[in-house]
Design a protein around this ligand. Structure first.
Ligand SMILES: Nc1ncnc2c1ncn2[C@@H]1O[C@H](COP(=O)(O)OP(=O)(O)OP(=O)(O)O)[C@@H](O)[C@H]1O
Length: 258
């Protein structure tokens, strides 16, 4: 199958406009995400990356345009059907958003209890399996307050994986992590893509991480409120289409000139 054939397209964003109230944040957003790719939403602070992500995960209805998931029109579907389509999604927020009053194991069990009819023994097994995937089996009985930032991220990821999502959305996964922990998270994300075939949409400012893991993406501009470049972070770094993209992609990568 050709890499860009329609069968390979998992998500299509078509002429999407997103914003809050009367305020438009981004418009004319048109792009596709291929199955099994790691797709980056890039751009400077405040350009609207998280706003677009919110529209893609069902938290913010778009002002215009369409968002198709495997050919199904997400926002034009009725609410029940939209929830059903959303069952394909897993989300990891910047804060990991674990419930503080529950242990890690209980946090991961919650979506399984809410959305499946599995027995408690089976749920327990799945919790152990998901924690094993992110290397956090030992944390099953710990509370979020007992975890470091990196551990919280990995447990948040285990919860995002609870329902075997086809599509994972990450909002700034590396924020606040040291470079080694951040690199481990990159490896984990690559393993999910390569091992489970998960498609990943990622918002991140971490250029080294984006150059390592992302194979496609879109660059949003705050001033024109439009996307100004498409392509992988590596391609945009090596062949920037304009000065803004060039500055963004090179600012942190020019190292040891002599
Ligand atoms: N709930 C909200 N209501 C109104 N305006 C908002 C809301 N959330 C964000 N904004 C505004 O939308 C614009 C885009 O914000 P957004 O968080 O999407 O940008 P971003 O590209 O993700 O930024 P950063 O990289 O700094 O996280 C900003 O001007 C912000 O102030």
């Amino acid at each position: 199958m050709n890499a860009t054939s329609p069968q390979n397209i998992l998500l299509s964003v078509e002429n999407l406009t997103v914003g809050y109230g009367e305020r438009i944040i981004q418009q004319d957003l048109t792009f596709t995400v291929k199955k099994g790719s790691i797709f980056a939403l890039m751009g400077g602070s405040g350009c609207g990356k998280s706003t677009l992500l919110k529209s893609m995960i069902g938290l913010l209805p778009p002002k215009n345009g369409d968002f198709l998931v495997k050919g199904e029109n997400y926002w034009r579907a009725n609410k029940n059907h939209r929830v059903e389509i959303g069952r394909k999604f897993g989300v990891l927020f910047q804060s990991a958003a674990l419930w503080s009053s529950m242990t890690v194991g209980e946090n991961i069990a919650l979506p399984l209890q809410l959305f499946t009819k599995l027995s408690s023994t089976m749920i327990q097994r799945l919790v152990e399996m998901k924690l094993g995937l992110v290397g956090m089996s030992h944390a099953v009985n710990l509370y979020p307050s007992e975890l470091s930032g990196g551990m919280k991220k990995r447990c948040g990821l285990a919860r995002a994986l609870a329902l075997d999502p086809e599509i994972l959305f990450f909002d700034e996964p590396s924020a606040g992590l040291d470079p080694i922990t951040s690199k481990r998270l990159d490896d984990l994300i690559l393993n999910l893509r390569d091992g489970l075939g998960t498609t990943i949409i990622i918002v991140s400012h971490e250029l080294p991480s984006l150059f390592t893991i992302a194979d496609d993406g879109i660059f949003l501009d705050a001033e024109t409120k439009r996307p100004i470049a498409h392509g992988s972070p590596r391609a945009l770094r090596d062949n920037p289409p304009c000065e803004l993209v060039n500055d963004f992609m090179h600012r942190q990568t020019v190292q040891n000139p002599k």
